[in-house]
Design a protein around this ligand. Structure first.
Ligand code: SAM
Length: 256
C-alpha cells in the first residue's frame, strides 16, 4: 500500500543518489530496509526493532543491510551519524514521539534527513461516519490506547514537533487510504481494495482484541458482535471513510 501511495518511491526526502549511512527504526519484517538497501547499493542500512522478525528467506537480505534489536525509546547507541533516518507506520508505538524526533535529530549528520511515513485514524469529509460503529470503534480505541500510555493521535503533530526540534525545510505530504472502493480516484480505489483485503485477513480483530478485551474488559461475545458491525461499515460505499496518510520529512541544519 505504501508503494502504491508513493508511486513506487521508498522516500520523499531529497536524499540524493548516494546515501551512505541509513537507519530504519521500527523496521518490523525489514521489508522497507531490504528494498532500500537493494535500491541504494552505496548505502549501509541498519534496521532496528524491539524484536527483529527475520524474513522467511534470509537469503533476501542484502549484504549492505543489518538488523539490530533496539528500543527506540531508549538511548540510541549507534556507531556513526546517519545521512537519512526513516520510520514507517509507527503511530501506535511510542509513548513520547517528540523524544524520538529529538534522538533522530541527534543521530543525523548535519544536512541529513529524517522522514516519518504514517497513518491516522479514519475520518470522513462529508460527515458520513457520524453515528456509525466505525466511528464508535475509534472512541473505544482511543480510550484503550490512552490506558496503554501510547496515544494513537500524534501524527498531525509530527511536522510541528520536527520544526520545534530544529529541523529545517520541514515538508508534509498527505494521501488517503479509503475504507473501500468508494473513491472516484483510481489509485484510491486500489488502496481501498487493499484496505478491505487487510480487514478480510483479520486486521480489525488483531488490532482490537488486545485493546478491547485487556484494556477495556470487553467479553469476546460483545467484541465479536461489535466488530461485525464495524466490518459492515467498512464495506459500505456510502460511508466515505479514509485513513489520512502523512509523510513528513526535514533536514538537520548544516550548522547544527
Ligand atoms: C506497524 S509495524 C511497522 C513496521 C515497518 N516500519 C514497516 O513499515 O513495514 C511497527 C513496528 O514498530 C516496532 N516497535 C514498536 N515499538 C518500538 C520501539 N519502542 N522501538 C523499536 N521498535 C518498536 C514493532 O515491533 C513493529 O515491528
Amino acid at each position: 500500500m505504501w508503494s502504491i501511495t508513493l508511486d513506487g518511491k521508498l522516500h520523499l526526502a531529497p536524499i540524493g543518489p548516494n546515501p551512505q549511512n541509513v537507519l530504519d527504526i521500527g523496521t518490523g519484517t525489514g521489508i522497507w530496509a531490504i528494498e532500500f538497501a537493494n535500491t541504494y547499493p552505496s548505502a549501509r542500512v541498519i534496521g532496528t526493532d524491539l524484536s527483529v522478525i527475520q524474513p522467511a528467506q534470509p537469503e533476501v537480505i542484502p549484504s549492505n543491510l543489518s538488523f539490530e534489536i533496539d528500543d527506540a525509546e531508549d538511548e540510541w547507541i549507534l556507531p556513526q551519524k546517519f545521512d537519512y533516518i526513516h520510520g514507517r507506520t509507527l503511530a501506535t508505538c511510542f509513548k513520547d514521539p517528540p523524544s524520538i524526533i529529538g534522538k533522530a535529530f541527534d543521530a543525523l549528520a548535519p544536512g541529513g534527513y529524517f522522514e516519518l511515513q504514517d497513518m491516522c485514524l479514519q475520518t470522513s469529509d462529508d460527515g458520513s461516519m457520524n453515528g456509525t460503529a466505525l466511528l464508535e470503534w475509534q472512541t473505544h480505541v482511543k480510550e484503550a490506547a490512552t490506558k496503554t500510555g501510547v496515544e494513537w493521535t500524534n501524527v498531525p503533530n509530527y511536522k510541528r514537533w520536527m520544526i520545534e526540534k530544529g529541523f529545517e525545510g520541514v515538508t508534509e505530504v498527505s494521501f488517503r487510504w479509503p475504507s473501500n472502493q468508494w473513491s472516484r480516484v483510481r489509485k484510491e480505489r486500489l488502496l481501498g481494495a487493499w484496505t478491505q483485503a487487510q480487514i478480510d485477513n483479520g486486521m480489525l480483530e488483531s488490532v482490537s482484541t488486545r485493546l478491547f478485551m485487556m484494556k477495556l474488559g470487553w467479553e469476546k461475545e460483545r467484541l465479536d458482535e461489535f466488530l461485525a458491525r464495524v466490518r459492515r461499515d467498512t464495506k459500505d460505499p456510502r460511508i466515505k471513510a479514509y485513513s489520512p496518510i502523512t509523510v513528513v520529512y526535514g533536514r538537520k541544519p548544516l550548522s547544527a
